[in-house]
Design a protein around this ligand. Structure first.
Ligand SMILES: NC(=[NH2+])NCCC[C@H]1O[C@@H](n2cnc3c(N)ncnc32)[C@H](O)[C@@H]1O
Length: 403
């Protein structure tokens, strides 16, 4: 039996399901709150859950404090280095689109107040100050790169217009409301990192009535696809390496290589088995944070050619309404029919390939379920069926991004 430690028990939250393998252990699931009484060893702690006492594995538990679930130290730490900013600045389609948005709205931006949320090195703020005559630009950046952003603003003689604020927007009081909220918040599969939550909160607090959100809308797009190279390199490989039979490793390969999405996939148009379809659309003027918990969309694809269905590929697009009535809507599209961006595309490999024929119908739904604990993560679930002359099956596949 264990002597009770006299310190107060600490509440931890389960970050994975644990199945007890002995009477002296406690089972719990992801999201359960467990009271730890004694950290008797590094790996096993004496805890209480639902009135029972027993050992729990410390690696399955996370201190239940808010900032941990946002992983902000790691997140903003990453953005404090130049690596990610260089990647984003080097992405010409991305950066040029924002430049075009500012340039083509140069006249209506005159005298306006703009917020650039998550400005990073301040490139969008500098576009605003150099390509139009706004009254002010509030460049908000939480990471330490903001110190350099100040220097860049001065170096480009924009300090009279651009004001840099080094803070999380959630904790910042700006000098006043803004006419335009521009931000480049999109992550893999549109939502990963969930910076979009900060954008919505900032909109509700700082955007004037009738103000403009840039992007004004964003879409998640999907297509059923072939992925012959990935499948042959990661799965078929095990059939006859050097004349030997390693096929018993295939279930392991499936779990290791295909149970999570491949975020840096580059799909080529000829791998698309049908026309792509927008499955989720976000209106950035009306989107609510509560909508982000669970987003889903239906799809129905008609296969356009004989081939192999290996999985689905996803990407996103973002639209920028004009400040001028009937002005052109500009778009940043990260799909295979547009110039490649640093986001590339995201491949979801199914459990086993299906031969498909022209005219087959692949119908179903995609659901993006936000992680209840790790607030920058989500799980993407496909429920789909294929009706063809040869095969009819219904499947569900879930992919964590990334926890
Ligand atoms: N497109 C993306 N996936 N990421 C690119 C933009 C992310 C930039 O916004 C900053 N950032 C993110 N969230 C916040 C926030 N709540 N407040 C201030 N800056 C932020 C972050 O430090 C980084 O510099």
């Amino acid at each position: 039996m264990h002597e009770e430690e006299n310190s107060a028990p600490e509440e931890f939250i389960g970050i994975a399901n644990f199945q007890a393998s002995g009477a002296d252990q406690l089972s719990f699931s992801t999201g359960d709150r467990v009271l730890v009484h004694n950290k008797s060893s590094a790996d096993w702690w004496w805890a209480e859950f639902q009135g029972c006492y027993g050992y729990v594995p410390s690696s399955y538990l996370q201190l239940d404090t808010e900032e941990d679930v946002w992983q902000d130290d790691e997140y903003f730490g990453n953005y404090g280095t130049l690596r990610l900013h260089l990647e984003m600045l080097s992405d010409k389609p991305r950066t040029e689109t924002y430049r075009q948005v500012i340039l083509s709205n140069s006249a209506p931006l005159r005298g306006k107040v703009i917020m650039d949320l998550g400005c990073g090195t301040g490139i969008i703020s500098l576009f605003c100050a150099c390509l139009s005559q706004p009254a002010a630009v509030y460049a908000v950046e939480a990471s330490s790169v903001a110190e350099y952003t100040c220097a860049l603003v001065k170096q480009n003689r924009c300090e009279n217009v651009v004001k840099v604020f080094q803070a999380r927007i959630e904790e910042l009081t700006l000098p006043g409301k803004v006419d335009v909220l521009v931000s480049e918040w999109m992550g893999n599969c549109l939502l990963f990192e969930f910076m979009v939550e900060s954008v919505v909160l900032a909109r509700d607090r700082w955007l004037k009535q009738g103000g403009m959100m840039w992007p004004s809308s964003a879409c998640l797009t999907l297509v059923p696809c072939q992925a012959l190279t990935d499948y042959s390199e990661k799965m078929d490989f095990w059939d006859r390496p050097y004349g030997l039979d390693f096929s018993c490793l295939k279930p392991l390969a499936q779990k290791e290589f295909f149970s999570k999405p491949k975020f840096n996939h580059q799909i080529v148009p000829e791998d698309c088995l049908s026309a792509p379809s927008d499955v989720i659309t976000l209106n950035m003027h009306t989107l609510q944070v509560s909508d982000l918990e669970k987003l889903s969309g239906n799809f129905s694809f008609t296969v356009e050619k004989f081939g192999t269905l290996h999985g689905f590929t996803a990407w996103f697009s973002a639209q920028f309404q004009s400040l001028e009535k009937d002005g052109t809507v500009l778009e940043l599209n990260t799909g295979p029919h547009s110039e490649l961006t640093h986001w590339k595309q995201t491949l979801f490999m199914l459990d086993s390939p299906v031969t498909v024929h022209e005219g087959d119908c692949i119908a179903g739904s995609i659901t993006l379920q936000r992680n209840p604990i790790w607030r920058r993560h989500m799980t993407i679930t496909f429920q789909w069926s294929i009706n063809s002359t040869k095969v009819s099956q219904v499947q569900t596949n879930s992919f964590p991004m990334w926890r």
